[in-house]
Ligand binder design. Sequence first.
Ligand code: AMP
Length: 495
Amino acid sequence: MSRGQDGSRRIYFGGESRYGDDRPREECGVFGVFGHEDAAALTALGLHALQHRGQEGCGIVTYDGHRFNQERRLGLVGDNFNKAEVIARLKGRMAVGHNRYSTTGDVVLRNVQPLFADLDTGGFAVGHNGNLTNALTLRQELISSGAICQSTSDTEVVLHLISRSKKRRIVERMVDALLQIEGAYAFVGLTNDMLIGARDPVGIRPLVLGRLGEAWVLTSETCALDIVGAEFVREIENGEVVAITAEGITSHRPFPRRPARPCVFEYVYFARPDSIVGGRSVYEIRKQFGVQLAMEAPTEADVIVPVPDSGVPSAIGYSTAARIPFELGIIRNHYVGRTFIEPEQRIRQLGVKLKHSANPGVIRGNRVVLLDDSVVRGTTSKKIVAMIKEAGAREVHMRISSPPIRYPDFYGIDTPSTDDLLAANMTVEEMRDFMGADSLAFLSVDGLYRAMGCDHRDARSPQFTDHCFTGDYPTRLVDQDGAADFQLSLLADAR
Ligand code: AMP
């Protein structure tokens, strides 16, 4: 732990921000099954559907009536859980699984979840989506009192708290732990007879309950229910802890009731468009973002072109509202994976073409409106505007279907520090100039809320967690000690 010049505490688990490459990363998808003979295979499928929530590590833990079986790997679900023998090793009718982002190298395997511990109540596996804002403080206290940490994950802090609880039953112990943590979390936990789900008091990250015949499923998004043919039952509510056993489901409400504030960024970027989040179709909401944007920032143009894939639904909305044709003017190469060997610097200059290429037939000579879902550092927009101009566009008008991201995230989105956020450091006009676009406009915060079906943002009790755009954080930022202007990389990998 060190102190910044302003006296604020700067605590790192080792290493710097993981925001080391071109794009930020989001993290984590969770999936749990109770009572199905193919629990591991279903979990692998569910994690595959949640691959967009974390691409670099995945794990599954099952319980087979005698023992816990565990597999944790670096890399994609499809590359690691595609073999019958791997699934066969994961015996049992109960499973939890997790996708996460991490950097390469053996050293980070220890952070791949679900984490597992032998508690005096028995074995317990847990997977977490989100980020705790007091984990560093708690971890420091735990270490000072003699705890030994095996990973650099904040989830391990929760395991310690559960282990230290004096309560008799695991759910009570879990509640004891939850009452000590702050921040964003959707947990799935597994014991030898129970699947547990928990969502933070304002429900920042999503968690849903599904039914598959007699079996139960808990997972981050409905797209993971769809892939296994499970029926959506309901969302786990903000501040709710559910315990699923052979007897059925019990629901616990350990926190004082607070209005829900789910993260609006799930709609902007995170969630898969075919998911239903908070009763809303992510795809339809994204189209509405485009409709609102067309009303707020119209422009004379010949074609509307999305930055694939995340800009597609809002471009459809913009195109419909503006009555300007939608065209696929950028083609994305979907086979650029981690295994792609970085070419020499000379070739690497070709940069964006590795992933995105212009489709000159619909660009040349045209006035193009380019739609993307968000600007973080501005790298993507800058490269893509240059590429579209090179392909012969007469004008390029950049439209972003969310407001400018001016504040860092502490809830599981790996966005950079304020210093690296383009919109935190430039006016819209300066950003336009930086990108090389002929015009640039963002969706307004009220426009975002209108697209979500609200009249406007309720300033006294905002309906969503929108801190990236407004700086209004719904929880205490204990580890930051009041200083929100530096990157806290809770899960940063020790180097
Ligand atoms: P940048 O190039 O740094 O401005 O990043 C913006 C691009 O990254 C947009 O095309 C978004 O679709 C995408 N993006 C936004 N937020 C995230 C995130 N948390 N993780 C990964 N990509 C993101």
